[in-house]
Structure formats: C-alpha cells, structure tokens
Ligand binder design. Sequence first.
Ligand code: BES
Ligand code: MN
Ligand code: ZN
Length: 462
Amino acid sequence: MIAFSSKSKKNQEASIILLTSSQSDKRLKRELEKGEIFPLLEGKSLVLFVGLGKSEKLTLTDLRIQVRRVFLSSFLKKVKDIELIPHTKDDAAIKAIIEGALIGPYVWDKYKSKDKDSHVVKDKNIIVLVDTKKEYEQTAAICEGVKLTRDLVNDNADFITSEYLEKTVKDLIKGHKEISVEILNKKELKAKGLGLHLAVNQASNKEPKLIIVSYQGGKKDEAYTAIVGKGLTFDTGGLNLKPSNHIETMKIDMSGAAAVCGILKNVLKLGIKKNLLFVLGIAENSIGSAAYKPGDVIVGYAGKSVEIGNTDAEGRLVLADAFSYVVKNYKPAKMIDMATLTGACVMALGFDYSGLFANNDELAKDLLASAEETDDRAWRLPIYAEIKEYIKSPIADLKNTSSIRGGGASTAAEFLHQFVGDTTWAHLDIAGTAFCEGQGRFYYGHGATGAGVRLLTNYLLK
Ligand code: BES
Ligand code: MN
Ligand code: ZN
C-alpha cells in the first residue's frame, strides 16, 4: 500500500531519505556517494540515507533504480511501515520515485519455497512525504495494472489459459455498468469465419477466444479507441517448431493481451472518460496431427486468403482476424495493438525499446511522447507503400512470411496494416521489452516488465 502525506508521522519503523549531493542532513558528517545507503538507528526507528549523486547527472531512470535498490536491501526485509522522503518538489521525479518503490521490488516467487522463519514483509505500508496530488495517486494506481500484467505473463502457460484470461477480464469488470463484453469461442469463431485465428489454435486442446470489452466512459456518440493484445498463451512455433533456446520463454507470447488486462484495470480505477474497446485475441500455437500446416492457404474474417509460409508467424494471423472483426463490427476511430510479434524487432532494437509502427504520424508522435514521459520506451520503425510487395503470394492474397531476409519487424507490421482498413492505427512490437531473462535490466528484475501498460494508460489519460 502506498499513501501520500505532507506531514511526517514520526516513529515510523523506517524512513528513507533521498539526498542529491547538493542536499545535506545534519545527522550526516560527510557527503554520500551515489548509490550509497547509509543506515542510522534513531531510538527504535531505522533511518536510511540514500546518496543520489549530482542532481544534474541523475536521470529519472537512475532514480527508479536507486529507489528499487533501497527497497530490495536487507535493511528493509522485516520492516512494514516506511516513510519515504523525496526532498524534491519536481513532479516527474516524485512519480519516478513512486514507480521505483512499486515497480522496482516486484519479484516473481509464487513457486519458490518460502523460508518460514525469515518473516519477510512483502506488503509494505509506504507513506511518501509530499504535497498530496491526484497525479501521484494516479501513478500509484497505474503500477497496480503493471503488476497484474506481470503476474499474468510470469505464470505457467497451462495456468494462464484462455479460460483464465476470460475470468480475469470478467473479474475486473464485475459491477461496472458502463461495460459490456462479447466473447467468441471456437463455435462462434467458426460461425463468423475467423479462419486465421482458428487455424493457429487448431492443434491445441484449449479453447480459442476473441474477447471484446466495450467501455463507455465518454460521450454517447464518441467513436471507440481500440486497445488490442496478442494473446498466444504458448507459442511452440507450430510445425515450424521453435528450437531450444527459443521455445523456453514462449509463455510470454500473451504479453500483449496481459497488457490489455493491466490497462483495463487502470482505466476502471482512474475512470478515464473515453469510449474504449479492450480486445484480446487468444490462442495456443501447438503441434500435433491437427496442426495447421506450412503451405496451407487459409481465409480469414476479412475474406482475404493467406498462404502460410511459416506456422511460427502466427501472431499476425490471430491479430488480422481480431482487427477485421473489430473494425467491421465496432468501427473504432483508432486502434492500437501490442504484440510480442517478431524476433526481428529484438534484433533491431534490443530489449529497452518497443518497436512502434503507425499509419498516422500524429498518433505516432503522441505515443512516442507518452513513451518518453513514462519511461516505457518505444522507437518508431518504418512501414511504407512499397513494403507490401514483400508479403505477396503467388497462390493467395497475402503470405504470412516475407520474401526478403531483413526487416522482419516491418514486414510483420505491414501484414497487420493490411487488416486495419481506414482506421488510424499504431502497433507496438513488445517482443524484446515484455520480459527480462537473466538478472533483469534498469529497475526490473528477472521476468515480465508490464511493457505497454504505463505507455498506453498515460496516453489514454491525456
Ligand atoms: N512470438 C514470436 C516472436 C518473439 C520472439 C517474441 C522472441 C518474443 C521473443 C513470434 O510468433 C514469432 O515466432 N515470430 C517469428 C516470425 C517468423 C517466423 C517470420 C520470428 O520472429 O522469428
Ligand atoms: Mn511464433
Ligand atoms: Zn508468437
């Protein structure tokens, strides 16, 4: 729990005092080095001074990293009540500190045996000493959405099934009158002709699902903005089976859909005054005799036929049907999707920037501004008129793989582009950013990051 107060409560179990090198405290006899955590006992309460270094050199990312380090330090393991003293009036810095405290210490340890004698306090009461502002409450609320997304991504693929995601969405919207939901299961997907989505799920023993939540937070006649997520609960690659070192993390292939859940949670909590669609295209790309096959030609909801060049390029198939269905039946003015779509995007941008694609410069600009503001980073990559040549097929309207070797993130984005019609659209390829292998990066530890949640929630708040 986090709360904000302009007055110190005194006698907290612990206080954290953040100091740049130009700030001093009379209890300290010397300047702290950057990253130094200096503990002091005052009666029964623990005071932790944290050195931030020169303020000119301190980035907001740095600040989040330092706050995370304090919260993960052994000093605070058994402490429940903490006062956090930022010593700044800068809004951006205070928000970064809140995120450092709420996003930073997240650890996925559901399946780790707990040491019963250690009494580690996981849920802390944090009071941040600042002038209370609605914006700070918002920042804290958004971190809850990030947490939900991370929990969904980190858990086992056979636990976070399409059924589980449906239940998650239904639990979130329970009791909200401004909301309705449409769910297409295998039967409805068949009846309506979402052949691409069905093909991807064909070898799975789980139900494919297209979930569409309509949220009426805005004016009655205002057109929708659709937020769409790729929800591959596991991506084996299909008959073009992924090799070792590539298949192990593929439970994360529903990170787009998980981010949609996180954003939905935030939108409800913040009561955002817009009309929104939350769309989850859910399937499992499995192998077996029922699996769809390389060389197949499959017709989707838009009536376009697609030659399957590779069964591992499945995300674009599920999204193509989701886009066509939503565009035709809900006519959104804008559509933004998040998808762990291509390894090529990871090759191009690495793990710190999501790939952004758009058919509209204004939308791209707004999203890049939000990415910058939230530190949920994105970098624009191109799609252009001529690129559609590379996804042509001699035997179908389109092919799900490219005829050229490079630029795989762009050709995948162009495939999606073919299904948006006239809708203003942007696509975030979060293949690199959704998950940290190994030790983690920045203020994220190992596991899911919640990429896209802060970026899009902040965008919707504007
Ligand atoms: N889910 C993967 C993309 C991915 C790769 C996500 C690494 C996260 C980390 C996607 O379905 C995929 O397999 N894409 C293929 C496309 C190719 C066959 C055209 C890829 O990127 O290799
Ligand atoms: Mn794949
Ligand atoms: Zn995939």
